[in-house]
Design a protein around this ligand. Sequence first.
Ligand SMILES: [Zn+2]
Length: 169
Amino acid sequence: MNCRKVNSKLADLLLDPQSVSAELRRHVEECVECGRELAELRATMGLLDDWAAPEPNPFFDAKLLSRLRSEEQARPVGLWERWKARLIYGSSLRMQPLMAGALGIVVLIGGGTYADLSWQSHHSADESAAVRDLQSLDGNAQVFQQLDSVDQSASQDDQDSGPASPSSN
Ligand SMILES: [Zn+2]
């Protein structure tokens, strides 16, 4: 058995030692060259195993949890700031009903304010109508007073003019 043929079987020897012949194993034990090849291959395979399945950091979970907790504590306190943060960072699925509720409240308040305003405007319209009636009545009284004064002054003119009245022409 030559070294070249043994080299092609070294991987089999490492992965499944029972699959290679006792003659090949004996050669590897005796041949310095093939023994060194086997050691190098074993080291390479060990590195590949380490690389393919790296050990997770044992503190990973603890670090992640503490980070999440600090982020939770660092969250802004104000209601609007919290809403803004949720808008930016939160999931839209949770935000949508919240926003719908907020919009509903806004519509309720806005609608109520509008209704109140419209009622007030109706009310003030009634008031202004009454005031207008009163003002027109007052104006009528003034008109009557003016008519009276005109009448009086006309009669006075008639008395003053005496014989020089236009009726004599
Ligand atoms: Zn050899």
